[in-house]
Design a protein around this ligand. Structure first.
Ligand code: GDP
Length: 442
């Protein structure tokens, strides 16, 4: 069976968590490769809502190896708290959880710096979660970061915390802010070190061993392609690479280990935070999408901006990730609409753009060109078989496939695991669906 990447091909919140959780029984390991606890992956376990931030979305299936790669930035307190909370929900085997030795740590000064920087940007703020993710990546690239392995070396930990806190306190002084106490940070992180120690491992090696043993791996992306630091709507992006390339650098596996990439997209579009969003709606249709889709961020509770499906953006996302198969989520949100629009190109200064423009000055000024399709006006919610879908919905799906140039391999029709349909002909043996169905009790 194949090792596959599952990643979001819009601006995040596409429903990746549900899909990863559902498919986990077909895989030996689930591995996160980027981001931090700014992610919010919502999954439902027997009707109970569970939001995962840092821990891979395979965790609700006991027996699955859950790996956090070197490309992820770790707030040890967030990790330990999330694990504790999960232990009240499901059986967790500590020996099956691993955090890379070379992942970078988030320290208290990171969140503090981010809040100060966002405040200073005023109207131009990025709209981040202010959890210190960006500043932690800045320190990583600046070669002054503190890594998970440093937790296991008390001398190095003290030295690095004192040096870094002194540098950040110089910034605090320049801004008239109170300094942070390195002794206090050291005390907290020494405590986390003891509690984190059992999970600190060589994640790259564990992955190689899993793959060599013939057990497929699911690589789980956080955020989405359009938030990628290199390929997204810079500067309104996240500080890592959610794109498929991030798997190799963020986990220590070669590109030859990746057999396929599945892109998850909503049947419409949402975006949290600032930045250009050509198909954003400010009218009643937008309000109806937000209401029916319950569009509030899983991590911050912020309302998500909503708009029609943007085929220009999604087809770009598929191209740069080598995606030919998609997972379509939340089509049930569109059940109520008599007519549904899809953006198929942009107009800019009198010309037609079919390629996604990455210059913010252009993307902010494009006018979306829409094609309108009739709505299906019957519930697709909860349907689990392709032949049960209304004809209008199948037409919509075919239209998206045609414009994006990728096939819909999986369609989600609700929040629960069972509310999903698979197109086996499109999946073409990539995923062991019999394992998924057994776990569903089918
Ligand atoms: P993620 O970060 O990509 O995992 O996405 P989020 O968890 O932030 O947001 C997706 C939301 O959509 C969650 O609340 C899911 O429970 C929900 N969801 C996923 N698939 C469907 C679907 O097919 N229909 C509906 N109505 N909701 C869905």
């Amino acid at each position: 069976m194949a090792n596959i990447v599952i990643l979001g091909i819009q601006w995040g919140d596409e429903g990746k968590g549900k899909i990863v959780d559902l498919l986990t029984p077909a895989f030996g390991a689930v591995a996160r490769y980027q981001g931090g606890h700014n992610a919010g992956h919502t999954v439902y376990l027997r009707g109970r809502k569970v939001v995962l931030h840092l821990i891979p979305s395979g965790i609700l299936h006991p027996g699955t190896l859950c790996l956090i790669g070197n490309g992820v930035v770790i707030d040890p307190k967030a990790f330990l708290d999330e694990l504790e909370a999960l232990k009240t929900v499901t059986e967790i085997r500590d020996d099956l959880i691993a955090v890379s030795r070379t992942a970078h740590l988030i320290l208290p000064y990171h969140g503090w710096l981010e809040r100060a920087e966002e405040a200073a940007l005023g109207d131009r703020k990025i709209g981040t979660t202010c959890r210190g993710i960006g500043p932690a990546y800045e320190d990583k690239i600046g070669r002054r970061g503190i890594r998970v392995c440093d937790l296991l070396d008390p001398v190095a930990l003290r030295e690095k915390i004192f040096a870094n806190t002194a540098a950040k306190n110089a910034i605090a002084a320049a801004r008239g802010l109170a300094p942070l106490d390195p002794e206090r940070i050291l005390a907290d992180y020494s405590d986390y070190a003891v509690r984190m120690a059992p999970y600190i491992k060589d994640v790259s090696r564990l992955l190689h061993e899993t793959i060599r043993a013939g057990r497929p791996v699911l690589f789980e992306g956080a955020q989405g392609v359009l938030l990628d630091i290199d390929h997204g709507t810079y500067p309104f992006v996240t500080s890592s690479n959610p794109t498929a390339g991030g798997v190799c650098t963020g986990l220590g596996v070669g590109p030859t280990a990746i057999d396929a990439v599945l892109g998850v997209t909503k049947a419409y579009t949402t975006r949290v935070g600032s930045g250009p969003f050509p198909t954003e709606l400010f009218d009643d249709d937008g309000k109806l999408l937000a209401k029916r889709g319950d569009e509030f961020g899983a991590t911050t509770g912020r309302p998500r901006r909503c708009g029609w499906f943007d085929a220009v953006a999604v087809s770009y996302a598929c191209r740069i990730n080598g995606i030919s198969k998609m997972v379509i989520t939340k089509p049930d949100v569109l059940d109520a609409f008599p007519a549904i629009k899809v953006c198929t190109s942009y107009r800019y200064k009198g010309s037609t753009l079919r390629d996604y423009p990455l210059e913010p000055g252009v993307l902010e000024r494009v006018t979306p060109v829409y094609e309108t399709l009739p709505g299906w006006k019957t519930p697709v919610h909860g349907l689990g078989r392709f032949d049960e879908l209304p004809a209008g919905f199948k037409d919509y799906l075919r239209f998206l496939e045609d414009r994006v140039e990728a096939e819909a391999a999986v369609v989600s029709t609700g929040v629960e695991r069972e509310e999903t349909l698979f197109r086996e002909d499109v999946l073409d043996g990539l995923i062991d669906l019999s394992a998924v169905r057994r776990a569903l009790g089918e």
